[in-house]
Design a protein around this ligand. Structure first.
Ligand code: AP5
Ligand code: MG
Length: 210
């Protein structure tokens, strides 16, 4: 199955993508994670992306499209995948079509902006393995360290309140129009994103089976 997870920053796309991947045995393709890894290892694409990411803007379409095109050619994508955070603009969605990719379902996770601010400013991520926590909703049992690998938990640079506000603005301006784009194609499903992680996983899985 080929799935897109649409939704504003902090709606739990990454959290839900992990659950769906484990359930459906397909890879999670998170452009945010790919870009952060490229920034960490200072590849040319990572260097181009850095200022955009840290200021809450979108990385230019051509940079992200090339990354996704390369990733989808890997053999593990043959039986399906879940795109977490791509496409985020109409040109990116058109590029995906030009790659000949047929998407089965587009899940749009909906969470009010006010709750998003609380989720993102309280998020902590492992500097080593990238696991995600929340100081209130999903704290690590090891305090400042990751439950899974012991790595240090840090705040993402783009989770500062002003940057979250900017990311939400960018979402409403550039990504939200994709709802109409996929609605017109008939494969958009709305998932209510407020509730516990388990409740939302149950909703996403039933949306996929419908
Ligand atoms: P990216 O990493 O994709 O960030 P994002 O879309 O802004 O989304 P997040 O990862 O912040 O949130 P999420 O929805 O995954 O939520 P999570 O599960 O972590 O992109 C980062 C940057 O890269 C972009 O700003 C841009 O610059 C660039 N980029 C990436 N893709 C691009 C593209 N296609 N084109 C151009 N540029 C691109 O959950 C958030 C928090 O909430 C966590 O702390 C979690 O524990 C908690 N939480 C999750 N579910 C629940 C729940 N049900 N209840 C309470 N808390 C919850
Ligand atoms: Mg994410």
């Amino acid at each position: 199955m080929k799935i897109i997870l649409l939704g504003a920053p902090g709606t739990g796309k990454g959290t839900q993508a992990e659950k769906i991947c484990a359930h459906c045995h397909i890879p999670q393709i998170s452009t945010g994670n790919i870009i952060r890894e490229a920034m960490k290892t200072k590849t040319p694409a990572g260097q181009k992306a850095q200022d955009f990411v840290n200021s809450g803007k979108l990385v230019p379409d051509e940079v992200v499209i090339e990354m996704v095109d390369d990733r989808l050619k890997q053999p593990d994508c043959a039986n399906g995948f879940i795109l977490d955070g791509f496409p985020r603009t109409v040109p990116q969605a058109q590029a995906l079509e030009s790659m000949g990719v047929h998407i089965d379902k587009v899940l749009d996770i909906e969470v009010p902006d006010q709750e998003i601010m609380q989720r993102l400013t309280g998020r902590r991520v492992c500097a080593e393995c990238g696991s995600t926590y929340h100081i209130q909703f999903n704290p690590s049992q090891k305090g400042e360290n990751c439950d899974k690998c012991g790595g240090q938990l840090i705040v993402r640079k783009d989770d500062q309140p002003e940057t979250v506000t900017q990311r939400l603005q960018v979402y409403h301006d550039q990504t939200e129009p994709l709802k109409d784009f996929y609605q017109a194609k008939g494969n958009l499903v709305m998932v209510e994103g407020v509730g516990t992680v388990e409740e939302i996983t149950a909703r996403t899985l039933s949306a996929l089976e419908a």
